[in-house]
Design a protein around this ligand. Sequence first.
Ligand code: SF4
Length: 236
Amino acid sequence: MATTDATVTDTEMTEKIHQGLAARELLPGEHAVDAGYVTAAHIVTARDEHGVDLLGPVGPDTCHANHPGEHFAQSAFTIDWERRQVTCPQGATSISWSDQRKASGTPLARIHFAVTDCAACPLRAKCTTATNGKWGRSLTLLPREQQEVLAQRREEQQTEEWKKRYDIRAGVEGTISQAVRRTGIRHTRCIGLAKTHLGNVLAATAINIIRFDAWFTETPLGQTRTSHLARLELAA
Ligand code: SF4
């Protein structure tokens, strides 16, 4: 159980949660999380440093003018990591590859195509709106290992097999929902992080007792809630 200020993002907590679990020798082989906890860097770190398969969806492959099926996202380009060069769908090769860092320190590579290639390209409308006069299409790539993990996850998360595997996350969402409804965990009754954390631990303990009681008394599982709108559709 980790309690943070509301300003702390989910992505900041993934590694801390794994470190906490590792310290107590409670790391799982697979950790099903929602999209907020997953980046390519997290997948790689969880795998390499903790032996954890971080199971959660990554963001889609988009480009500046993202009209599905009509524009070239990153997956349309072929990356040659050894030669530090990218080939576009039209067959042009990039003319610039520079290693940079985000303000957060995250390393990345900025790739540019020649403005002359892109200006004369019949596929330009599907690819770039660059008007800076210096470069044509640009790409931003993560470090190779992360970029490859990202591409792999984007592909596998489209498959029925992966979606079925990820269904297990519904159990966690159900637990969160139960904690919110039964214990009011979204609002702290205390002032200060330490007391709020204690309240969270007590809420988690209460949920365990409620679930044990439900199991012991063979209380049937609750039904999935159907919204008013869905009920109207069913009645029609
Ligand atoms: S616009 Fe430039 S990068 Fe895009 S397909 Fe054409 S030549 Fe390649």
